[in-house]
Design a protein around this ligand. Structure first.
Ligand SMILES: Cc1ncc(COP(=O)(O)O)c(C=O)c1O
Length: 399
């Protein structure tokens, strides 16, 4: 065994011993409120998907994809700068730009790539990045790659103190709109005030809110009544849109610069055009999706109230992301197994995704869940935590 091979073995053993080894769970069929999990007799109730509006398996979205394949084939052939921008790519960019009332929009292959692109283009040596401590790994990775100085903040006071001290010419504030793991909202109006006061630019990653929140689904800016054309928005189609891919909106000049300089846009094969066709359909459903969003809100409230009445800690989340905090990684893995024994599919979220000691069952609600399903989820989670879970040690063992 050479050094690389022995390191792989050792690292896997270390991950396993600390409860941090990740395992893929095979499911059959499409995303929906129920999935068939290998080894389980009955379908499991899926309570951790980001398909917030239930569009991932929507008949009209599926038809749009199939028709898109008929018309445009499967692959995009190369990067758009090489083999050409296909009609669905530009149509979707046009519609996204109009939807967010922005000057321009650019598609990326995923939210991860979008953050990598925008952050590395705008930040470099000499830039100071002010990044919320809760930010997603893609923002963290992009910030490191940019070679900018990264200052992590938690809370507005901490941000203002750091902004005040900064003498950098270029300042970027990076935040999610709705934080993916705690389900809390960024205080966008206050952030905007600070950005304006200290001449900083906000990049808002609204991955978990676009489509799902706001009267027309424009996300946290719409929900919180923030009108600020200077905010650069990143969004993904992989969550409420139910498809795949992502976008950045901003000024025409910003988008022109990204086309010339964003390596995660330039050096990768473009999104399959049929996916853009499917996303155009999702966007249409989202624009007219008031009933879907009202259903999501009703479901969120139902489960959130139920969990809090049962005394379960969800970090006071007021969104469709309800973190049920467990503690150690091993205990959380065991809790995930136990809810699975009661028919629920909820993965354990452990470090480094969340801070040490805050491993959790990240419960998500979608518009597609019925009250009956949510009632079952509530009972199963409550019983797991109140009965069997109380007898688990931090090692995930029964005591
Ligand atoms: C806040 C945030 N940004 C970006 C991403 C990445 O988006 P995508 O899944 O499209 O790569 C995610 C989730 O995956 C996310 O939670």
């Amino acid at each position: 065994m050479n050094r690389v091979e022995s390191d792989i073995t050792e690292e896997l053993a270390r991950l396993k011993a600390s409860g941090l080894k990740r395992e893929l769970k095979n499911i059959q069929g499409a995303q929906g409120t129920h999935v068939r999990v290998k080894g389980k007799k009955e379908p499991q109730l899926l309570m951790c998907s980001n398909d917030y509006l239930g569009l991932a398996n929507h008949p009209e979205v599926k038809s749009a994809l199939i028709n898109g394949v008929e018309e445009y084939g499967v692959g995009a052939g190369a990067s758009r700068l090489v083999s050409g921008t296909m009609a669905p790519h530009s149509m979707l960019e046009e519609c996204i730009k109009d939807f967010f009332d922005a000057e321009a929009a650019l598609l990326f292959n995923s939210g991860y790539n979008a953050n990598l692109g925008i952050i590395t283009v705008l930040a470099g040596r000499g830039t100071e990045i002010f990044s919320d401590r809760q930010n997603h790994a893609s923002i963290v990775d992009a910030s490191i790659l940019s070679r900018a100085k990264v200052i992590r903040y938690s809370g507005l006071d901490s941000l203002e103190r750091r902004l005040k001290k900064s003498d950098a010419e270029k300042k970027l504030i990076l935040t999610e709109g709705l934080f993916s793991m705690d389900g809390n909202f960024a205080d966008l109006p206050e952030l905007l005030g600070l950005a304006r006061k200290y001449d900083a630019t906000i990049i808002l990653d609204d991955a978990h809110a676009v489509g799902a929140l706001g009267e027309y689904g424009r996300g946290t800016t719409e929900l919180l009544n923030v009108v600020a054309p200077e905010i650069i928005r990143v969004g993904t189609f992989g969550k409420a849109f139910g498809t795949f891919g992502a976008f950045v909106t901003g000024t025409k000049e910003l988008i022109d610069l990204l086309i010339s300089k964003a390596r995660s846009f330039i050096y990768t094969t473009a999104l399959p055009p049929a996916l853009a066709c499917a996303t155009l359909k999702s966007l249409e459903l989202i624009v007219g999706g008031q009933a879907l969003r009202a259903g999501l809100e009703e479901n969120r409230k139902f489960l959130s109230d139920g969990l809090s009445n049962a005394g379960i800690d969800t970090l006071k989340s007021e969104s469709h992301i309800l973190p049920v905090i467990i503690g150690s990684a091993k205990k959380c893995t065991e809790a995930s197994k136990r809810v699975s024994d009661r028919g629920l599919f909820i993965q354990a979220i452990r470090p480094p995704t969340v801070p040490e000691g805050t491993s959790r069952l990240r419960v998500t609600v979608t518009a597609a869940h019925s009250k009956e399903e949510l009632g079952k989820a509530l009972t199963s989670i409550t019983e797991t935590l109140q009965q069997s879970y109380a007898r688990l040690s931090d090692n995930g063992e029964v005591v």
